[in-house]
Ligand binder design. Structure first.
Ligand code: PLP
Length: 469
């Protein structure tokens, strides 16, 4: 059977112009092992983007496989209202050992966007039920990404996804967030990056240009003006993924925590992409040593095995919903697959593996090497504006002009050409526009780091030669 032809007969793939599939038909994957994916012809692809950032510990990880197999023979799913099961309870107990202080109530959903919707509704309802019905708006940063459903899309700020739908979206207060590569204030972060591997930008500006998050004044101004009508601000802590793996310092989160306390505005942490060691610590908020009021988890939560998400919140928020039934204060939000036991069993095993195999510690050691070779290989290129990194995540931003940081002409689709070329050579990159990035499973080894960066470099060079004049 011609599987590619059959696929295109039926399937509408996510986040794709289907016409592109005429020249790049879908790759039919049969099995996975570690960072490798194998197609039906046996060709290997190195999955250095963790299959959209969710695969944490390799494909077909033997321990997670075994955990799911054990679970499936006793219970696949059960309604989660009035019923519960050991895997969900155990997962909460395990998470309590690693979560930032104060987060202790777990509301389950089945995908990241749903957890975002849930947090927004939860925050609004909290204020409504504590005497502030006027707090019904949300704040978010420029270049934010929080998912694709209408509420999540509303707080998102990447035009590629949301522009067309604006007539349908909530009226969100947009704050000009940190933009460290193209800082409008001409600052350069040097001072407050605890983790050795954070913030190794390429532009070697003098120390006096060091930043103290001066751009935070944009948030202060917005709070002064709008906090009284605002329920919550939502952020992707330290790393704006879909915006091109843009990194900003923990100090920004610290300041935001203080501001939120001052104005009775919830701080929602979208840790869907940053959680589970991606930034070098268990959660990105750990770098700032403060806690959000609501934290959303998904992606790495199940190691990339199963669709599951959780919105985790505080006793204080939970208590505002707790009353006699007829008071009508309950949170009447549900998802059919909430708390799925198979997903919970994978998620429990993920936490055990992280702990027992010192995964994050090992990944942090490898991250120093990974960042070093990526900088050595890519920075000399005329069209590489910056290499930025946090944890094992590294991004290479291609520009037309290194000095002015002018972007490449997006109509040339340079990133997409590099993607296609790298696929031919067995590396799955999927750049964000003209930002090539690596966000591999935490278990990647040095020989694979050498291999994928060599191929990425070769493809980048070749395409730049053809497309950039
Ligand atoms: C992926 C992602 C989401 C959305 O999760 P889905 O499961 O794709 O709905 C939200 N926020 C961030 C930061 C993400 O990376």
């Amino acid at each position: 059977m011609d599987w590619q032809k059959e696929d295109l007969k039926y399937i509408w793939h996510p986040c794709s112009q289907m016409k592109d599939y005429e020249t790049l038909p879908p790759i039919v994957i049969e099995r996975g092992e570690g960072i490798n994916l194998y197609d039906i012809n046996g060709k290997c692809y190195k999955d250095v983007i963790s299959s959209w950032w969710c695969n944490l510990l390799g494909h077909c990880n033997p321990r997670i496989n075994a955990a799911v197999k054990r679970q499936i023979d006793s219970l696949e799913h059960v309604i989660f209202a009035n019923f519960t099961h050991k895997p969900a309870i155990t997962l909460c107990q395990e998470l309590m050992k690693v979560l930032p202080e104060g987060l202790c109530k777990f509301n389950f959903a089945d995908n990241g966007s749903a957890a975002i919707e849930m947090s927004l509704k939860m925050s609004f309802q909290y204020h409504y039920q504590t005497g502030h019905p006027e707090k019904k708006r949300f704040m978010a940063l420029t270049d934010a990404y929080h998912g694709e459903t209408l509420g999540a899309l509303s707080v998102g700020g990447v035009d590629l996804y949301s522009e067309l739908y604006k007539p349908l979206l909530l009226d969100v207060i947009r704050i000009d967030g940190p933009d460290c590569y193209r800082c409008p204030l001409g600052k350069h972060c040097t001072g407050h990056c605890e983790s050795e591997n954070m913030f190794k930008g390429s532009s070697a500006l003098p120390k006096e240009a060091g930043c103290n998050c001066e751009c935070f004044k944009n948030a202060e101004e917005a709070f002064e003006k709008y906090a009284s009508e605002t329920a919550a601000i939502i952020v992707e802590p330290l790393l704006q993924g879909s915006a091109g793996m843009k990194v900003y310092p923990p100090l920004y989160l610290k300041k935001l925590r203080e501001l939120c306390n001052k104005y009775n505005v919830h701080l929602i942490a979208d840790e869907i992409a940053t959680g589970y060691g991606r930034t070098g610590k268990m959660f990105a908020f750990n770098h700032a040593e403060v806690s959000p009021d609501i934290m959303c988890l998904s992606k790495g939560l199940t190691g990339g095995y199963m669709p599951m998400a959780i919105a985790i919140t505080t006793q204080e928020i939970y208590d505002a919903f707790y009353d006699d039934y007829l008071k009508g204060k309950a949170f009447m939000h549900s998802h059919t697959y909430a708390g799925n036991p198979l997903a919970c069993s994978a998620a429990i095993e993920v936490l055990k593996i992280l702990r027992e195999e010192n995964i994050i510690e090992k990944a942090n050691k490898n991250a120093v090497y990974f960042n070093k070779i990526i900088k050595e290989k890519f920075l000399p290129l005329k069209n590489v504006g910056e290499v930025r990194s946090i944890g094992l995540i590294n991004a290479v931003e291609l520009v037309k002009n290194k000095e002015t940081k002018e972007p490449l002409d997006y109509t040339k689709r340079t990133g997409y050409q590099i993607y296609k070329k790298a696929l031919e050579k067995g590396v799955l990159l999927r750049p964000l526009g003209d930002v090539i990035y690596f966000n591999p499973p935490l278990i990647i080894e040095k020989d694979d780091m050498d291999l994928v960066t060599d191929i990425a470099l070769e493809c980048t060079r070749a395409i730049l030669r053809d497309t950039v004049v």
